[in-house]
Design a binder for this molecule. Structure first.
Ligand code: IPE
Ligand code: IPE
Ligand code: MG
Length: 249
């Protein structure tokens, strides 16, 4: 069980232990080049590869990527179908490489609306990489923060738990295996959470960049990390209460 940022004061790290990213701006990247939106999604996969590599090099423990939200089903059927196909192909092609790199792959989200073929690929990829001890890479697909809180509450309800506490709820969230994100990044210029990890972002440092996701490379991630290092993480306390090394300015 990982410490909760509201129940205790987390250790402050130089390199975030967990980075969560909303990979936004694929459609606009393509539009700028007069390409179909889906070309942006394709290029987005290259940015995923780069980001995974940089996280490994930097010693990040957990990387969580928002790939498809519960609200993204509202998009035109053609785009949804393309994204499903891309997800399927990526699961097929990338898993061996992830495995070679000692990465543990996890997928969080509702899953029911995925095809049986995709569900089977997800299960196989998770099983293959389950014992890996390197980066824990989580893909949030058909994921919504509200869905996650509700499925946790419903699980507790089914177990007959009448009084729910923080620890009990957190233990039933779909990412109970990971510490809360230290750093949240959103590309694409929008400054919103769009129903990502609502519970776990309570004390995350938020970083927004106008770069579109396919343009987000190593330097861009380093800029986010540099911003992260400049933050004073107080978790409710005053600056004077912090150890000298954790004070900024
Ligand atoms: C993010 O890029 C990828 C998904 C939501 C699947 P978008 O497709 O939202 O790109 P923009 O925001 O329209 O540019
Ligand atoms: C958020 O991006 C979801 C993902 C990146 C998967 P959206 O493009 O769907 O977000 P909104 O609709 O602009 O808030
Ligand atoms: Mg978008």
């Amino acid at each position: 069980m990982f410490a909760s940022s509201t129940q205790s004061v987390p250790a402050v790290q130089v390199v975030p232990r967990h980075i969560a990213i909303i990979m936004d701006g694929n459609g606009r990247w393509a539009k700028k080049r007069l390409l179909p939106r889906v070309a942006g999604h394709k290029r987005g996969l290259d940015a995923v590869r780069d980001t995974v590599k940089t996280c490994i090099d930097l010693g990040v423990g957990y990387l969580t990527l928002f790939a498809f939200s519960t609200e993204n089903w509202r998009r035109p059927a053609d785009e949804v179908n393309f994204l499903m196909e891309l997800f399927f192909v990526a699961l097929d092609r990338e898993v061996e490489r992830l495995h070679q790199n000692n990465i543990q792959l996890r997928v969080i989200g509702a899953r029911e609306r995925f095809s049986a073929a995709i569900r089977q690929r997800i299960d196989a990829a998770e099983a293959k990489t389950a014992a890996n001890s390197g980066l824990v890479l989580t893909i949030a697909a058909d994921y919504g923060g509200r869905w996650d809180v509700l499925q946790a509450v419903n699980r507790l309800h089914a177990q007959g738990v009448a009084q729910i506490d923080e620890a009990g709820l957190a233990a039933n969230l779909s990412m109970a295996y990971a510490p809360e994100p230290d750093l949240f990044i959103r590309t694409g210029g929008e400054q919103r959470i769009s129903n990502f990890l609502l519970w776990q972002l309570a004390y995350a440092e938020l970083y927004f960049t106008d770069l579109l996701w396919p343009d987000f490379g190593k330097e861009a991630l380093e800029a986010a990390l540099s911003s992260f290092r400049s933050r004073e993480r107080r978790f409710g306390r005053t600056s004077e209460q912090l150890p000298q090394a954790h004070r900024r300015g």
